[in-house]
Design a protein around this ligand. Sequence first.
Ligand code: F6R
Length: 610
Amino acid sequence: MCGIVGAVAERNVVEILLEGLKRLEYRGYDSAGVALLQSDGNLTRIRRTGKVQELADAVANSEALGSTGIAHTRWATHGGVTEANAHPHFSSERVAVVHNGIIENYVSLRNQLTEKGYRFTSDTDTETIAHTVHEELKSGKNLLNAVQSAVNTFHGAYGTVIMDKEDPSRVVVARSGSPLVIGLGLGENFIASDQMALLPVTRRFIFLEEGDVAEITRRTVDIFDKHGAPVEREVVESNIEHDAGDKGGYRHYMLKEIHEQPTVVRNALQQRITETGLAPDVFGEGADAIFKQVKHVQIIACGTSYHAGMTARYWLEQYANVSCNVEIASEFRYRKSVVHPNSLLITISQSGETADTLAALRLAKESGYMSSLTICNVPGSSLVRESDLAFMTRAGAEIGVASTKAFTTQLTAFLMLTLALGKENGMLESDESGIVAALHSLPAKLEETLAITNGIEDLAEEFADKNHSLFLGRGDQYPIAMEGALKLKEISYIHAEAYASGELKHGPLALIDDEMPVIVVAPNNELLEKLKSNVEEVRARGGIMYVFADKDAAFEGDESMRVINVPHCDSPIAPIIYTLPLQLLSYYVALIKGTDVDQPRNLAKSVTVE
Ligand code: F6R
């Protein structure tokens, strides 16, 4: 979603800001801008719709330079994609603001500010921040106090950075609902919405807490909590690789990340499973004592992470004897739900910053859950900091907007959680040893599965001119069918729906014709015969099928059915294995269609607004 970078230095910060924006491009955006306090005392701004490179070209053709500056990539919420709506927004050529999030009461603020004589030049909610701060400055406050007063009038979510032309030595930042991280340099300091943006200039970070306002100069960082009291926040040394943003020879980040899966899954398992079971305390100190009491699990997540949760429900109930509900965060947070006794709340998130998931966690913490665990990929993220227990998926930075390796490491984490909870709930020894053995085989199986790429490229050719598609799976492959459909629609823009194949005759069979490809995931498990009956139902109605099947599942390909063999694997890991061919299918279809694979239209990597 939107990205923020800011810097206060002695040197010219233009390149730092532009490089930071480039490193945030993966999050998705539609316009970009930069504002600088120039050494001649002027406040200058350059904005462009489209890519950061267009902004960089415009900056290169200008005289713009400055040692204090802010920059932004915008993902439109209020107001269309126009230069006038791109950030930074100004008030009276004095105050400059960049903002992530949504000021929900912007209409009433706008009316009040208009009455006071402010003229709005954009359709954004953000411009109300600029004018509100300006109004406070007019009453004689310094920038810090002006921002502290202004934020009291905002409802909604914001991560915002503000500069004042009259005081070029500092920026003031405020966080409520949208993450901000301060980067500490030597004689220079930085601010960003994501540490990725600042890795070329520092590895030392302070993650701001909810309600924090901070004043940043070249040599000082002063942080105040939501009550205005000065606070110290921990300085964290980042271990994220500086070049995690490189494509490593692959054409797209998504392809690179698909191919990284054997390695990152191996990392996710490292020192967590032994030859015979789970290593102690892998879910953190105190986790085993909590797990002893767990009688119910409530999983909350969005999108792909939600699909990981749906898969986990099959495992937790089948192998660990723990009852489990799974819900989309945006639904959970706005309805009254019953909290079962001894319930563990689990959030799942690649980014750890998804607004709905975070809000659901905060709500649940007040609702009587026994404890909260997050399964997350970003250390130091809001979900990690606000949950009782955090389990890191170790997928490494995921740049492609469409989630791939984050998903398979989330599933790997859930198999480990199944072992941990199962141990306390009478899990069968044979299930335990079966899952452990399957996990040990997983990285190699993933490598074997990636080798079937060629067949999938051919299949994608047949697929790319279609407008609709149906994905079918049963049992723990149903969420995998959902994930396959999500991947296809996200990056190829082909309409895709997923059904539990037993549901076919309850409606979707009416859609079947030779223009609607049907993709089936068919491991060799106890539901195979049922699935084969569903396949016959499609065949009898002239449907064209693409079946990803275990080589021993005995599917015979013919005119109406193309069979792609997937290496045989043990049941517990089959959902992870079958995810890969579906990821590759959507990737190659998108490639043929020529869409923007890594930054699909209208989407953002980290959804920090609800
Ligand atoms: C799909 C995708 C999204 C995310 C969702 C939640 O490929 O990436 O559906 O899964 O926005 O994001 P996280 O996992 O960061 O909470």
